[in-house]
Design a protein around this ligand. Structure first.
Ligand code: PGA
Length: 249
């Protein structure tokens, strides 16, 4: 059975005090929490602050990193540095990285490899645009994006979760309906069976992301192939996020 995961993608939001206060609030509420693994992806400059909080049941992860281990890469941080700081997770392949920063499948594979090698658990994001969906190409696009994982070994796949995030649903308030989301999650599960095996497909968590909030999470999380969520906007509000975590049980 795939592990349930609920992750907060804070993106480029919150000032330092706000970030620490939100994290402390979540930590207090989730200390004895049972159920889904909870992960927070803050802006990288707050990682060290959040990692200093003790008595927290929350994992901390990075929204981005570069695939080289060290060297002359001004402005970048490596997976090894993140692991050394105490991070346990990292996002790779978010549509904002693919679109705004031009990250290709080839680059994303290098990031996945170096992240896993450093000991991070990778949440690999995929998702189609509205145009691709309207042309009926959503499954072709997702297949192409998931095929990036093909060269990974069984051991490496243990360190991978997938987030299906239709681009048209991110930050728009338009969520995929639970049947649209479940159809794509089931498709991804099938692709994983074809690429690897049934048992590998069964243990890879597939999270839904894209305007997931406290009003729709319960229905989304009740779908057979939805193992949790990657939450953007709603993760900036403590009560909304806690409610979403609650629905993942
Ligand atoms: P959203 O973002 O919940 O604000 O739509 C999700 C994401 O981009 O990870």
């Amino acid at each position: 059975m795939a592990k349930k995961i609920v992750a907060a993608n804070w993106k480029m939001n919150l000032l330092r005090k706000e970030a620490i206060s939100l994290f402390n609030g979540l930590s207090k509420s989730l200390l004895d929490h049972k159920g889904a693994e909870v992960v927070v992806f803050p802006p990288s400059i707050y990682l060290a602050d959040l990692l200093q909080v003790t008595n927290t049941g929350i994992h901390v992860g990075a929204q981005n990193f570069y695939f080289e281990e060290k060297g002359a890469y001004t402005g970048e941080v490596s997976a090894t540095q993140l692991k050394d700081l105490g991070c346990s997770y990292a996002l790779v392949g978010h549509s904002e990285r693919r679109m705004i920063f031009g990250e290709s499948n080839e680059l994303l594979f290098k990031k996945i490899k170096s992240g896993i090698e450093a000991g991070l658990h990778i949440v690999y994001c995929c998702g189609e645009s509205l145009e691709q969906r309207e042309l009926g190409n959503e499954k072709t696009i997702i297949l192409e994006q998931i095929e990036v994982l093909r060269p990974l070994s069984t051991e490496e796949l243990n360190k991978i979760s997938i987030a299906y995030e239709p681009i048209w649903a991110i930050g728009t308030g338009v969520t995929a309906s639970s049947s649209q989301a479940e159809e794509m999650h089931a498709f991804i599960r099938g692709v994983l069976v074809d690429l690897f095996s049934e048992s590998i497909s069964d243990y890879i968590s597939i999270l839904y992301g894209g305007s997931c909030n406290e009003n729709n999470a319960e229905e989304l999380f009740s779908c057979q192939n939805i193992d949790g969520g990657l939450i953007g906007g709603a993760s900036l509000k403590q009560n909304a996020f806690l409610q979403i975590v609650e629905f993942s049980k």
